[in-house]
Design a protein around this ligand. Structure first.
Ligand SMILES: [Zn+2]
Length: 59
């Protein structure tokens, strides 16, 4: 195995991880919820709506 071969292997692994991470994000890795006031989609763990400022009650 030459150093070039190992470099290619590393690139393939890095590329695979990048694709897996991309799919994870696309599939809603960051969960969202709907603002009860303006109905825009916001991050699930947001404390308030970034659009209208509505505060969420987190139980
Ligand atoms: Zn809102």
């Amino acid at each position: 195995m030459t150093s070039l071969d190992s470099l290619i292997v590393l690139l393939v692994i890095a590329g695979g991880l990048a694709i897996a991470f991309y799919i994870f994000k696309r599939r809603g890795g960051v969960a969202k919820k709907q603002c009860g006031y303006c109905r825009s989609m916001v991050r699930y763990n947001a404390l308030h709506c970034p659009k209208c400022g509505y505060e969420f009650i987190i139980g």
